[in-house]
Every structure is written in structure tokens, then in C-alpha cells.
Ligand binder design. Structure first.
Ligand SMILES: Cc1cc2nc3c(=O)[nH]c(=O)nc-3n(C[C@H](O)[C@H](O)[C@H](O)COP(=O)(O)OP(=O)(O)OC[C@H]3O[C@@H](n4cnc5c(N)ncnc54)[C@H](O)[C@@H]3O)c2cc1C
Length: 428
């Protein structure tokens, strides 16, 4: 493909995912000529699979505390430039009404991710954005003589005065986001975090683990990280100890559901600091050891199985009693004190050995990437290369389950598109 003078773009965007499309629409509306490249044959794969095909566009309440990776103050600076109310208004103006569910997650009222993708593609077209795909970029560079960025590809080279890297992280590599963008950023001197690992990934248990037999069972739990001594695992300040609450789903390979996904990136990180780190599960989060033991002590004549009925399904109750070698029909007063306390600990402070996570193929996000220190957070312009912008999952920010990752993509994409267009249009 040869780019003609007529085609010359002000802004070249690599990656037509959530961040790239938001940036392209914003820049196009501001008057910039935008050319967006994507390696995928079908655009928007992640938008289409998101939220189980319904696309959890954002969350009604988003703050920097919903994210990990960079510091809260860095993340806040970007989020505040395009807050949730602006995202809701943006989609409403495209004809996509969002509804809030009990969890606080916002979905399109159609319950169809396709509604979101079609609206974004239409908005790109309306803003005059040209999208080339499949157009997989192999490398990018700055050409000092033409004062342009060049994106090289088997389909041909294209160039522009500004370049936005919105090529995502490494999660769901078959969607086209396989980490190639990290090398593009490195070309311009950017560093990467010491680790780039799966986030929001299911966790693995050893074959034969008793929880595997409970596949399909979901319980609301509290998860935290502990050392074998039982002491809480603490990350260096300011992060400290981590705990998450939510549904935990037992599966044939290990643990999934929002709670497992949310803690996965912290477990992976903790394991690199201390490989002995364990997952602590409180199966009855409304209780601590003392309060649950008080319930058991007050239930002398009740059987072990019946005392658990208000707290957990029978299938789970029978399994945990078996793990603790307790006869389900034994009354609580028949249980020796040590046995009763062992059951209490198994219920509110069970230590679980996690053997790994399911990797990028099953992860919903990436922990790590280009450090935010290297980006001007009011414009998303690189501090190392003028005219280069970064947005979305390529950066060292990952959110918890609930629409927070898209919110990061919308906010960083909006900011990058707005500033890149401002510079491009005024320098024409
Ligand atoms: C299964 C799943 C479900 C999810 N559900 C939700 C949800 O409901 N809510 C939520 O908030 N988040 C969800 N996420 C996370 C969310 O999808 C991502 O955080 C978000 O899409 C990141 O946007 P992005 O634009 O930065 O990157 P991406 O969406 O990954 O887009 C990057 C684009 O760059 C292209 N690209 C990469 N390399 C090249 C190259 N060399 N040349 C050309 N193009 C290239 C890719 O093809 C891709 O289209 C989910 C993720 C997964 C995997």
C-alpha cells in the first residue's frame, strides 16, 4: 500500500480496540485526519466478548482505588479527564443507553456488546477516521528527515506526524493483542515494568484438590494473601495487605469468579516476592473466628451438618466436614474443642495452595506495561518522544472486575486523542 499526499494523516493509531477507537473519534471530531491500523480481521474482538457478550462498559462509581499497577495519584490524573458521567453521555449521544445493575456495573440496555461496537465504528466513520485492517504493524520508527512516524507492515508503510500506541497488552492473544506494542514503545526508549503478567485470570489448584470436586459451586467469600505462619502477606507501602470480597466459583481446574479473578494479579505478584504465599479463604465473610465459634458453642445439640446449613449449600458443607474429618451427624457438643476450632479455622481462614494462574489465554487484562512515570498524564504524550502518545492496556494500569478496564481505556484514549488532535490541528 502506498500512502498518497491526499491520504496523509495527522495522527496514526496502532490498535483499534477500546482505547484506540475512543482516541480516534475524539481526534477526528477535533478536526484531525486519523488513520487507525489494526492487525485483526474482525475489529473489536474484546468488546464483543466482554461481560459475557453484554459488554460491561463501565461502572457507576470509579476511583483510582479500583486499579493496581501505577500509583493512585497517577491513575486519578487520567481518570478525572473523562469521568463516568462523560462516558455515559458519550454513549448516549451515540444512541447507546446504559443501564446500571445491582453490582454497579453499566451495560447497554440491549444487553448486546454488538450495540457498543457498532456505535463506536459508526462514530469513527462519522468522525472521518480511516481504519485499515487487517493491517498488522511490524515495527514503528521516527524519521527525522520527514519529521514523521512510520509504521511498517507487510501490507505497506504509512506515516504521520503523531503516533498513538493503543495496541493493548497480552490478554486474550488470539484477539490480536499479543504484546507487540511493548516493543514499539521500547523503540522510543520506553522501559517496561519488571513484570508483565496476567491479571483477572482464573487460578489453578493441584490435581486432586478437594475443591475441584465442587466444580460449579459459587459462594460469596473474602480472599486475602497469607504466609504459611498465618500472618497476612503485605506488599511494600503504600499497598500493604490485600483482601477482596465477592463470588468465588469452584471449577474443574481450580478457582474462578470475580473474587479469584480480582486477587489473581496480587497473588502472582506476591509469589514473586515470597513463593510460599497462600490464598486465605473466608467462606463465611460475615464471621471471624471468635464470632463463628460463639455460634458453634451456642449450638451444642445441633449436628455439624445442620449448623452449617444457614451458611453454605449442603454440598459444600459435607465436603468441608470431610476435609476436617468430622462426622456430619455428630453434634457440636460431641466434637472435641480442638476439632471444633479446626472447623472454625477451615471455614473462616482456610489456607489454599494455588499452583498458578491460567495465563494470558484466559486472562481479561494485563498487569504491567509502560510505566506511567514515562507519560505526561494530562496529555498521554510520551516524555521520551515528542508526538508519541500511549493509551489503554499497554500502560501499567489494570482494574478490578466491573467495567474498570474499559473505563481506563475510554479515559486514557479520550485524553490522548484530544491532545494529539490539538497539536496536530494547530500545527497544520
Ligand atoms: C474475555 C474478556 C472479557 C473482558 N470483559 C471486560 C468487561 O466486561 N469490562 C471491562 O471493563 N473490561 C473487560 N475486559 C478488559 C478490556 O477488554 C480491556 O482492558 C480493553 O479492551 C483494553 O483496551 P485497549 O484498547 O487498550 O486494548 P485492546 O482492546 O486489546 O486493543 C488493542 C488492539 O490493538 C491491535 N494490535 C495489537 N498489536 C498490533 C499490531 N502489531 N498491529 C496492528 N494492530 C495491533 C489488536 O488487534 C487490538 O484490536 C475483558 C477482557 C477480556 C479478554
Amino acid at each position: 500500500m502506498t500512502q498518497t499526499a491526499d491520504d496523509a494523516a495527522d495522527l496514526l493509531i496502532v490498535g483499534a480496540g477500546a482505547a484506540g477507537m475512543m482516541a480516534a473519534i475524539t481526534a477526528g471530531r477535533a478536526g484531525a485526519k486519523v488513520l487507525m491500523l489494526d492487525g485483526a480481521r474482525t475489529l473489536g474482538a474484546k468488546i464483543l466478548v466482554a461481560g459475557g457478550g453484554r459488554c460491561n462498559v463501565t461502572h457507576f462509581q470509579v476511583s483510582e482505588r479500583d486499579y493496581a499497577g501505577s500509583t493512585p495519584s497517577q491513575i486519578r490524573k487520567v481518570l478525572q479527564q473523562f469521568p463516568v458521567r462523560d462516558v455515559v453521555a458519550f454513549f448516549e449521544a451515540l444512541g447507546v443507553e446504559l443501564k446500571r445493575e445491582d453490582t454497579g456495573k453499566l451495560f447497554p440496555t440491549t444487553d448486546q456488546a454488538r450495540t457498543v461496537l457498532n456505535a463506536l465504528l459508526q462514530a469513527c466513520a462519522d468522525a472521518g477516521v480511516r481504519i485499515l485492517h487487517p493491517h498488522r504493524v511490524d515495527c514503528v520508527s521516527w524519521d527525522a528527515s520527514s519529521q514523521c512516524f512510520i509504521a511498517e507492515s507487510a501490507s505497506g508503510n504509512v506515516s504521520a506526524r503523531r503516533l498513538l500506541l493503543a495496541s493493548g497488552g497480552k490478554a486474550l492473544p488470539k484477539s490480536g493483542s499479543d504484546g507487540a506494542g511493548y516493543n514499539f514503545a521500547r523503540t522510543f526508549g520506553h522501559s517496561m515494568t519488571s513484570q508483565i503478567v496476567p491479571a483477572l485470570a482464573p487460578l489453578l489448584l493441584a490435581p486432586g484438590h478437594w475443591l475441584l470436586a465442587l466444580s460449579g459451586l459459587a459462594l460469596d467469600v473474602e480472599l486475602s494473601l497469607v504466609l504459611p505462619s498465618g500472618a497476612p502477606f503485605k506488599f511494600p507501602a503504600p499497598q500493604g495487605a490485600i483482601s477482596v470480597q465477592g463470588a468465588l466459583l469452584a471449577t474443574h481446574f481450580g478457582l474462578s469468579g470475580p473474587a479469584a479473578l480480582d486477587i489473581s494479579r496480587h497473588w502472582t505478584h506476591a509469589r514473586t516476592i515470597d513463593p510460599s504465599v497462600l490464598l486465605k479463604v473466608n467462606w463465611i465473610p460475615q464471621h471471624r473466628e471468635d464470632s463463628l465459634d460463639a455460634v458453634f458453642v451456642a449450638s451444642k445439640g445441633v449436628s455439624a451438618l445442620n449448623v452449617l446449613r444457614p451458611f453454605a449449600p449442603e454440598r459444600f458443607a459435607r465436603a468441608i466436614l470431610e476435609v476436617c474429618a468430622i462426622d456430619p451427624n455428630a453434634t457440636l457438643q460431641q466434637l472435641p474443642r480442638e476439632r471444633r476450632l479446626a472447623l472454625v479455622r477451615a471455614l473462616v481462614a482456610m489456607h489454599v495452595v494455588v499452583t498458578g494462574d491460567r495465563g494470558f489465554t484466559y486472562a481479561e487484562a494485563t498487569a504491567g506495561g509502560v510505566p506511567l512515570d514515562e507519560v505526561d498524564l494530562t496529555t498521554m504524550e510520551s516524555k521520551l518522544q515528542r508526538g508519541l502518545y500511549l493509551a489503554g492496556e499497554i500502560l501499567d494500569v489494570d482494574g478490578r472486575i466491573g467495567g474498570f478496564n474499559f473505563q481506563w481505556a475510554w479515559a486514557s484514549g479520550f485524553s490522548a486523542g484530544k491532545s494529539a488532535a490539538g497539536v496536530a490541528v494547530t500545527s497544520k
